[in-house]
Design a protein around this ligand. Structure first.
Ligand code: HEC
Length: 307
């Protein structure tokens, strides 16, 4: 079974990465183009095989049972005694758990009252019920001692406090591991680091391009390659728009889902698009913003950010 799963996974991996890569909306023309088709058929096939194997197993067991019974009957005939069928394991369990009083013996437990022909049997509690009841009592005692007497296990509020303490601990550790200022709109600076810009570009193509076009020429959202901005064109302005969105427009706030570094990177990447004049770009919107040169040098940004 394990092997089957791993083989399946290996078969499906290229498919999964394919799906992960195609970030443009996949246009499904027919069912054969559905990238999950292979996945669905594989899972369906697997279930069909499992069902088949189970059916065959049950059938074989039945056949085996019949053969055993036949052998027992023959032996009984040879020894000249009457064949009595043994109850099956399931029948034994069922009988043990319920301890039904057989219909023939019902008269022994019939109560003596009679309401308009409705009579009552004095059935005992079925053993499964009694054992369950005893089990809950034992469980209750253990629970009481573990949680309320010895306090060896935490109650819900204790669990909550523990988790908060753990999270605080992790925050402290993370802060200690990465000292330095946390990026926000009050101190954000454009980065010119190639890896950061590459990260910004990949964010832009995967998330923002659907509205701003891959080259930033604008579609649902405005053209980001010209010098005209509706919300200001400085690094801080752009970072703020990315982080907080523009209320009442399709430009939502990304601050909740994107790390400050990622927002800094994508904003910095945007600055490198200014002046690229892509073909069929949207007309300028907003007011002229005399931006810093493309990919501003770090000291000019410092002046811009007032540092
Ligand atoms: C669902 C569509 C949509 C997506 C996705 C989107 N935007 Fe926008 N964006 C808009 C719209 C619409 C506006 C115009 C807001 C306005 O009218 O002020 C806008 C405005 C902006 C502006 C300000 C432009 C100006 O002229 O002031 C920036 C910067 C921007 N988006 C960057 C991004 C970045 C970066 C991303 C990806 C993280 C992104 N957008 C994703 C629709 C989108």
């Amino acid at each position: 079974m394990k092997k089957l799963f791993s083989t399946l996974l290996i078969l499906l991996l290229p498919l999964i990465s394919l799906v992960a890569q195609s970030n443009a909306e996949p246009v499904i023309v027919s069912i054969w183009d559905d990238p999950y088709l292979l996945f669905y058929t594989s899972v369906g096939f697997m279930f069909a095989v499992i069902l088949l194997v189970l059916t065959v197993a049950v059938y074989m067991l039945k056949v085996l049972n019949i053969m055993v019974k036949k052998a027992q009957m023959e032996r009984a005939a040879q020894e000249g005694r009457e064949f009595k069928q043994e109850p099956s394991l399931w029948e034994k369990i069922w009988q043990g758990a319920n301890k039904f009083v057989p219909v023939e013996k019902e008269a022994t437990i019939l109560l003596d009252h009679n309401y308009d022909g409705i009579r009552e049997l004095d059935n005992h509690l079925p053993p499964w019920w009694t054992y369950l009841f005893i089990g809950t009592v034992i469980w209750g005692v253990i629970y009481f001692f573990a949680y309320h007497v010895t306090d060896s296990l935490p109650l819900s509020i204790g669990e909550y406090d523990n988790e908060v303490a753990l999270a605080n601990d992790q925050i402290q550790k993370r802060k200690a591991a990465a000292p330095g200022i946390q990026i926000d709109e009050s101190n954000v600076l454009a980065t010119t680091d190639a890896a950061d810009l590459k990260d910004g570009k990949s964010t832009f193509t995967s998330i923002c391009a659907s509205c701003h076009r891959a080259d930033g020429g604008g579609d649902i959202g405005p053209n980001l390659t010209d010098d005209y901005w509706k919300n200001g064109g400085s690094m801080t302005d752009i970072y703020k728009v990315v982080k907080n969105g523009v209320t009442g427009t399709n430009m939502v706030a990304w601050g909740g889902t994107m790390s400050p570094e990622k927002m800094r990177n994508v904003s910095s990447y945007l600055l490198t698009l200014i002046g690229t004049n892509p073909v069929n770009a949207k007309k300028p919107e907003g007011v002229l913003f005399k931006a810093e040169p493309v990919a501003p040098k770090s000291d000019s940004v410092k002046i811009q950010a007032g540092l």
